[in-house]
Design a protein around this ligand. Structure first.
Ligand code: ATP
Ligand code: MG
Length: 716
């Protein structure tokens, strides 16, 4: 009865309500894109608080990005007011892991103010170890070792669990040994990497019975969004934590599993019912996000994957526009066209915040950035560590880290001679020697070495000044606001001056970035909080004021939605990626296809897919074929256009054979069976097929149909 419903239930459909109201016992919500999984999870959180089934601090809610956590916090806040204050355990696995690890750091040999390394630091450290181990870094690149260690960590394997076979995968059987050394070294500098945030916590939960019990008691309820992308170590966490109370609710979509390259295991969905017998499985089938054409296009593509759990999806929305496929001459024209279209939409009143450009690979953003800067179209880049990955930002952060944490050798190394202070390689080598011999952090060794006569007078003077500066900054840190501290450090160290002295346009941009960094710091209550944030940010959306077009990778767009979406670069070798093509087999190709499915289903009203006939790759122009996924789009829901070079004329789908990029395909010279347009099986039928073909029954308004939830509905 709507009148008596608490606010968070308003408008939810019956299976969503079921997911919200079934609070006790294991629940798995298995449903396609845009069916309101996250909405149901948010309402469930509100429900638990509203009915006082748990205090905010007794609920563990895992989201996939920090942004999603923030949104959930805001939404629950609107629904239940203050109760949401202090939801300490709402966040990403990494954020929650960092928090737990800070509380129990000593159990794995760290101090609670440990540093979280980024990949750059990680690689530098690994390189040192590789050299020290007398391995040829060319033959055994640090990157491979980093990837391998990451893989082990995602699987929940500590160095002692690496057997000879695994060890064989790097450096003639020395992989395990280097992994151990790396972990020792991290401990020595009081640092950990991303994988450790999960693995150390798992180690603690497995080893320390009392800690595990404490958390098992604490977390009355556990909820997980995007469950299809959990990896083994995350899965093991959840299993341990939920074992006692068994109040765990996971929501996911096997078709949106796109992180297997990071160790995610879609099989975790299948294991759920085994690990939690009697689990209630709920399916949501009404899509509230996208128009029928968009939905049918996405369904048509994903139907080409095998081994799906199978779902049904429908919508009540008006048909709307067909998905547009736009063939352009080259990359710059792609960016130009998208820019023009966005400007036109803007004139018609479109809010830029509701427009996104989604790319397969990070490097694709460059072309759009160039173009948008040229025409003055505001945009933001979201995802990855782009902003914080820039050299000047990393340098600035290294200064802050040295001040914050004397044991942070990697940060110290990065800036001890940046800007140049007249410290030669020899002086630095001496410093390293002393630090190693005395087992001291570099910043302490630096103070020590000044008392000796190891250094030349010039080096001694330079180092002396630097050591003095750092000591002074540490003092200042006690009473200056941290953003102000950062500003002063950058000035007094000569770092800002270094870029000011360089008159290039690039240097000007770097100075702007530094200003932006200090501005961003003001939003955090302490230096610790800020540095923690930097380590964790998955998305850089610090500036929120004006509406902006969003440019991001498909990976980063998971769970999000936009009115208007441009999907750029749908070409063989770009999307699906060359790597997926080179690997052959269906596994990586199917993951690419799931990416395509995620990409299309981000769109609410309009989706435009672009492919260019020519791309410049490593400075070479190459001609490219439209993506096979373009070929898989069901004809009935797609409208194709192609533009002449320069964009001066457009014409509709009735291409002449020569101009038709699919002509080769039609003549049978295409690439394999997935390449043909899958006609006839998609889109317009109205019955659900046994065996669970994802069918879109979308073209007339249908009444809301109650979908019964039965555990047996999932045939696994
Ligand atoms: P994804 O698989 O992409 O993560 P999802 O299943 O989590 O999607 P949501 O993001 O929760 O889907 O919801 C998609 C859209 O539908 C949102 O705009 C949400 O507000 C809206 N929505 C969800 N449930 C309902 C409902 N019962 N009535 C109306 N709108 C709804
Ligand atoms: Mg979601």
């Amino acid at each position: 009865n709507a009148l008596q419903d608490p606010p968070y239930l308003a408008g939810l459909n019956p299976p969503q309500r079921d997911a919200v109201l079934t609070t006790d016992g294991p629940v798995l919500v298995l449903a396609g894109a845009g069916t309101g999984k996250t909405a149901a999870l948010t309402a469930r959180l509100a429900h638990l608080l509203w009915t006082r089934k748990a205090y905010p601090s007794e609920i563990l809610s895992v989201t996939f990005t920090n942004k999603a956590a923030r949104e959930m916090r805001e939404r629950v806040g609107r629904l239940v007011g203050d109760a949401v204050e202090g939801m300490p355990w709402l966040g990403t696995f990494h954020a929650i892991g960092a928090k737990m690890l800070r509380r129990h750091a000593e159990l794995v040999g760290l101090q609670s103010n440990f540093t979280i390394l980024d990949t750059d630091d990680q690689l530098r450290l690994l390189k040192q170890l590789i050299v020290a181990a007398d391995l040829d870094e060319k033959r055994f690149p640090a990157r491979s070792l980093a990837g391998l260690i990451d893989e082990w960590k995602n699987k929940g394997l500590t160095p002692s669990e690496i057997d000879a076979g695994e060890s064989e995968r790097y450096g003639n059987g020395r992989g395990g040994e280097l992994y151990q050394q790396y972990q020792d070294r991290l401990r020595a500098v009081n640092a950990c990497d991303f994988g450790d945030l999960l693995l150390h916590v798992l180690t603690i939960l497995k080893r320390e019975r009392s800690v595990l019990e404490q958390y098992q008691q604490r977390f009355r309820y556990i909820m997980v969004d995007e469950y299809q992308d959990t990896n083994s170590v995350q899965y093991l966490w959840l299993r341990l934590l939920a074992q006692e109370r068994r109040n765990i609710c996971c929501v996911g979509d096997d078709d949106q599993s796109i992180y297997s390259w990071r160790g995610a295991q879609v099989e975790n969905i299948l294991k759920f019912e085994k690990d939690f017998p009697g689990a209630k499985v709920i399916r949501l089938e009404q899509n509230y996000r996208s128009t029928p054409h968009i939905l049918a296009a996405a369904s048509g593509v994903i139907a080409n994957n095998g081994g799906r759990l199978g779902k049904e999806l429908w919508t009540e929305l008006d048909a709307g526009e067909k998905v547009r496929v736009l063939g352009v001459w080259d990359g710059p024209e792609e960016a130009r066209r998208v820019g023009e279209e966005i400007e036109a939409a803007q004139r018609d009143g479109t809010n830029l915040d509701h427009v996104a450009i989604l790319v397969r690979a990070q490097h694709q953003t460059r072309e759009f950035e160039d173009r948008f800067i040229a025409i003055g179209l505001p945009y933001r880049i979201v995802g990855g560590f782009r902003f914080y990955e820039r050299a000047e930002i990393r340098d600035a952060l290294a200064y802050l880290r040295v001040v914050h944490q004397p044991a942070d050798d990697l940060a110290f190394e990065r800036i001890v001679n940046t800007p140049k202070r007249g410290l030669g390689d020899k002086a630095i080598a001496k410093l390293h020697q002393l630090a190693r011999a005395e087992r001291l952090p570099l910043s302490i060794a630096a103070a020590r070495i000044l008392d000796s006569d190891e250094l030349t007078p010039q080096a001694r003077k330079a180092l002396g000044r630097f050591v003095g500066d750092v000591a002074r900054w540490r003092d200042m840190a006690n009473d200056l606001p941290h953003a102000e501290l950062a500003r002063q450090i950058l000035d007094e160290s000569g770092y800002t001056a270094m870029w000011q002295a360089e008159k290039s346009a690039e240097a000007a941009g770097r100075l702007e970035n530094l200003t932006e960094l200090v501005r961003a710091m003001e939003e955090y209550e302490s230096l610790t909080a800020f540095l923690e944030h930097v380590s964790l940010v998955m998305d850089n959306e610090a500036t929120r004021e004006d509406p902006k077009v969003t440019i991001m990778t498909i990976h980063a767009a998971k769970g999000l939605e936009f009115d208007t979406v441009f999907l750029a670069g749908w070409e063989e070798g770009l999307f699906p990626s060359q790597r997926a093509l080179d690997e052959g087999g269906t596994r990586s190709l199917e993951e690419e296809r799931r990416l395509a499915y995620v990409a299309i289903t981000r769109a609410r009203r309009r989706a435009t897919i672009l492919h260019a006939a020519n791309r410049r790759i490593y400075g070479q122009w190459t001609s490219s074929l439209p993506s096979r996924f373009v070929g898989e789009l069901p004809d009935a829901h797609v409208e194709s256009e192609t533009s002449m070079s320069g964009g001066e004329s457009l014409w509709r789908a009735n291409w002449s054979e020569r101009a038709d990029p699919f002509a080769d395909v039609a003549r049978g010279t295409g690439r394999g069976p997935g390449w043909q347009r899958a006609a006839g099986t998609l889109g317009t039928q109205s019955g659900s097929k046994p065996g669970g073909e994802w069918t879109s029954r979308t073209f007339s308004r249908e009444p809301v149909r109650v979908v019964e939830s039965r555990a047996s509905a999932v045939s696994i």
